[in-house]
Design a protein around this ligand. Structure first.
Ligand code: SAM
Length: 429
């Protein structure tokens, strides 16, 4: 496919996400499979991600450089310009090829009369640095305000880190292969990597690659999972070997699989309310050779869950604002509304309450989110502890991030990992 065609496709995906409320995952999911060449797929994905991470800054740039920047009705032109800027600015592609392909893309998408404008803007971006933009330019104001209120000393860093491309974290399935041996397999095929000093199963790749390029992926030797997500299993230290475990919000199954890899003799039930995601989870367990019972069920409704005798441990990796993983899913900032967060908090509370009723006395409840908003995290846990006389907060250590008083918080980018929250609550025997 020509370079110009890939830019047209990237601009269409960006336009749908940026201006028509579509989800990034869904749009990429339908656009990428139509591109036979993996290099084209990689370019489209990288350009869209870069433009989404920086769109606030590019909007500021157009506002300064143009007397009348393209408006909402010309979303495709605006998107194409952003794709052009992303190639020069964030992706650092060879300048002339990137400009030519993007200008040609304007012609291909029926905007021959605007090709000159695209050319002029991109050439200006080659000559001049883009004007400095507000560090929170991509964040809706209400959410930026909440982040500033919650993390006054860290907010600017959070905004900056959230616009940087994250590393790729691998989790080695040590049921199948020792980590050092897997690292040798990576070295054999020339994949640069770092063994984590602090996460036992983790290997970091600074340059992400397609999973299909990972040796042993199909044979279940390795999975892709952020370092903060891999940390969760460490909060289950001391779990009895044959414990009965419920992962209440399990799909697509990353944490349930990790628990089974670490604690192979536990009897685990992994449920999720979303049937399609449960199917994906089952495929993942099959690939990894893990024997984990699965089910489609609503975890706020214990009667729908086979819980006879109760569980020794329950993990709630709760649906949340996902404010800790903006660097992986930059469209969160476009789609999230303040009302959604309130609704999510209500769901999180119902999940906590229902899980408590299924937990054996002496059992452990692990509550986690990929949010950095205290109202979904530490406040939910504090309120929960206040409501339940038999609930005891178990302190975690500094590996889980800073102590918030009621749980531990990692902020995005710390140790190269995503933002994440963990709280362990034990039920008095
Ligand atoms: N633990 C998963 C992993 O590590 O791969 C990620 C879980 S994701 C953060 C949250 C999940 O909660 C989503 O898959 C969503 O479908 C599920 N969910 C939302 N409401 C639920 C409910 N009432 N009962 C069970 N699952 C629910």
């Amino acid at each position: 496919m020509s370079g110009a065609n890939t830019r047209v496709i990237a601009a269409h995906v960006l336009d749908a996400v940026l201006h028509r409320g579509r989800s990034l995952k869904a749009e990429l999911g339908s656009a990428l499979p139509k591109l036979p060449d993996p290099r084209d797929r990689a370019l489209v994905e990288a350009a869209v991600m870069a433009a989404l991470r920086e769109h606030g800054r590019y909007a500021d740039t157009l506002a300064q450089w143009m007397s009348r920047p393209p408006g909402a009705r010309d979303g495709l032109l605006r998107s194409l310009i952003y794709i052009g800027l992303a190639q020069l600015d964030a992706m650092k592609l060879p300048a002339h090829a990137a400009v030519d392909a993007t200008v040609e893309a304007a012609r291909l998408s029926g905007r021959a009369h605007q090709a000159g404008l695209v050319n002029a803007l991109l050439r200006r971006a080659l000559r001049e640095p883009l004007p400095p933009a507000r560090v929170d330019a991509a964040w809706p104001e209400w959410l930026a305000n909440r982040i500033r209120a919650a993390w006054p000393d860290d907010a600017d860093k959070i905004f900056a880190t959230s616009s940087e491309p994250p590393p790729m974290w691998l989790r080695v399935n040590r049921q199948r292969i020792p980590r050092a041996l897997y690292a040798e397999r990576l070295a054999e095929v020339g994949i640069d990597h770092h063994l984590s000093d602090v996460l036992e199963d983790a290997i970091r790749l600074d340059t992400p690659i397609p999973v299909t390029a990972l040796p042993g992926f199909e044979e279940g030797q390795v999975s892709v999972q952020d370092g903060s997500a891999q940390r969760l299993v460490d909060a289950l230290e001391g779990l009895p070997a044959d414990a009965k475990v419920l992962d209440a919000c399990a799909a697509p199954g990353g944490k349930a699989a990790h628990i089974a890899e670490r604690h192979p003799d536990t009897r685990q039930l992994a449920i999720d309310v979303d049937e399609r995601r449960v199917r994906r989870m089952q495929e993942g367990f099959a690939r990894l050779g893990l024997d984990i019972a699965t089910g489609v069920a609503d975890a706020t409704s214990p009667k729908s869950i086979p819980a006879e005798g109760g569980f020794d441990a329950i993990v709630i990796d709760a649906p949340c604002s996902a404010t800790g993983i903006v660097r992986r899913q930059p469209d969160i900032l476009l789609h999230r509304r303040a009302d959604d967060v309130d609704a999510l908090i209500g769901l999180q509370i119902r999940l906590l309450e229902a899980s408590w009723s299924m937990l054996k006395p002496g059992g452990t409840l692990l509550y986690a989110t990929c949010s950095i908003l205290p109202e979904e995290n530490t406040r939910n846990v504090a309120d929960f502890i206040a409501r339940h006389a038999d609930a005891r907060l178990q302190p975690l250590d500094a590996r889980f991030g800073r102590d918030t008083g009621h749980g531990h918080q990692r902020l995005p980018g710390e140790d190269g990992t995503d933002g994440f929250f963990y709280a362990r609550i034990d039920k008095q025997a």
